[in-house]
Ligand binder design. Structure first.
Ligand SMILES: Cc1ncc(COP(=O)(O)O)c(C=O)c1O
Length: 398
């Protein structure tokens, strides 16, 4: 294994030295710094809902504090939250999970971390379709695995079973699936998802299904969870779920994993010796999120729907930009290569946009797709209109 040199004198471990810092968090910080200087920043970079956490969820947390639910909980989560998660999957997808298959985590990110670290050995191959959420390859690196990326552009960023079949190597242990996708918003059609899992099972491999944007799917597409797959396929799967986006709870840090009992036991070792349990108060809030009224989810989806209806034609009207319609999540992922014409990279475009027009978007290269940018429409229509106008101005000067 090669030694990684670092520029500091601090002897960072090799695996961490190989990891890249989060570029989406960096974009948030850049916007924050400009705002602090009083600059009128348009932030289309944020990967979080612009809505407040629903009141019933906040109340449940306040009651938990008053009731003294401020101690450690079992590492896998409180019984109430485990039951709420199990009931949700039974109700929505007729999928039955036992409590030894559920772990409440500190966000979906920790579920993915636990799943990878408990499965991957040095030099195992992990398949990651492009464009990917920035964190996937970094955790694979941390776990000493090797990321193998799957190109999906030929199908407008929708992964197919054929692509997966071609990508498998004898060392492939796992594939990471994320539908709806961050950054592309594309959705893998359920029959194709099933075919992908059949290939995974045939190779005796495993899959993580990151379902962080599960509920944000635009008609005619329907909400689909891999939990609904037949048991022999589901057995190969770890579902990483999150309360962050669905209930506008990014700061509460609560998510969950659903996987077979053996994988879950291994993940509990990782979690038990790292963060122990998700915050007790956030767990009470998450229990209410799943058990309580769901109107807030529909309200948010309706708002994202109308923003998307406005945004897509507005982007496609700009000369040189091409953007297929996202079927889920709250991101548009336009192709800028028609206006960059190979003269500048998308990273340089993103910088120009920030410096000249004080507008934050995320460079597609961070997600493995140079020439693209990610625009989050988890922001007000006013900000979106302003942001698109500013993008147009910078495009027109290329
Ligand atoms: C694709 C994807 N997965 C997982 C997460 C993790 O979310 P959290 O840890 O807040 O649940 C995010 C957050 O941006 C995401 O975009």
């Amino acid at each position: 294994m090669s030694t990684v040199r670092t520029s500091t004198t601090f002897p960072v471990s090799d695996n961490v030295a190989r990891m890249k810092a989060s570029s989406t968090l960096a974009a948030m910080q850049a916007a924050e710094a400009m705002r602090a200087e009083g600059i009128d920043v348009v932030d289309l970079g944020a990967g979080e809902p612009d809505f407040d956490t629903p009141q019933n969820i906040k109340n449940a947390a306040a009651e938990a504090i008053e009731a003294g639910l401020t101690k450690y909980t079992p590492a896998a989560g409180t019984r109430k939250l485990q039951k709420a998660i199990i009931d949700f999957y039974q109700r929505e997808f007729a999928a039955h999970y036992e409590s030894n298959e559920v772990v409440a985590t500190a966000g979906g990110k920790q579920a993915i971390f636990n799943a990878l670290v408990s499965l991957i050995n040095p030099d195992d191959d992990v398949l990651i379709p492009k464009p990917y959420w920035v964190t996937f390859p970094e955790i694979v690196t941390f776990a000493s695995g090797r990321s193998l990326f799957i190109e999906t552009e030929e199908n407008d960023f929708v992964l197919t079973a054929d692509m997966v079949r071609r990508a498998f190597t004898p060392k492939t242990k796992l594939i990471i699936l994320n539908s709806p996708s961050n950054p592309s918003g594309r959705v893998i059609p359920p029959p194709e998802f099933e075919r992908i899992l059949e290939i995974v099972a045939a190779h005796n491999a495993y899959a993580i299904s990151d379902e962080c944007y599960l509920r944000f799917v635009y008609p005619p597409n329907k909400v689909f969870s891999a939990a609904a797959l037949r048991p022999e396929l589901r057995n190969r799967l770890c579902i990483a779920g999150s309360f962050s986006k669905t209930y506008a709870m990014t700061g509460w840090r609560v998510g969950y994993s659903l996987a077979n009992a053996d994988w879950t036991r291994a993940m509990l070792k990782v979690q038990g010796h790292s963060t122990s349990n998700a915050t007790s108060i956030s767990q009470a809030a998450a229990t209410e999120a799943f058990n309580g009224p769901q109107e807030s989810v529909a309200t948010m989806l309706a708002e994202y729907t109308s923003r998307r209806e406005w945004l897509l034609p507005a982007l496609n009207e700009i000369q040189g930009i091409r953007c297929p319609k996202p079927e889920g999540a709250f991101y548009a992922f336009p192709d800028l290569r028609g206006c960059l014409r190979g003269r500048i990279s998308s990273a340089e475009f993103v910088n120009q946009l920030l410096e000249r027009e004080h507008t934050v978007v995320t460079d597609g290269a961070a997600f493995g797709a140079d020439g693209f940018i990610r625009i989050s429409y988890a922001t007000s229509m006013e900000q979106l209109r302003k942001g698109v106008e500013r993008i147009r101005k910078v495009v027109e000067t290329q």
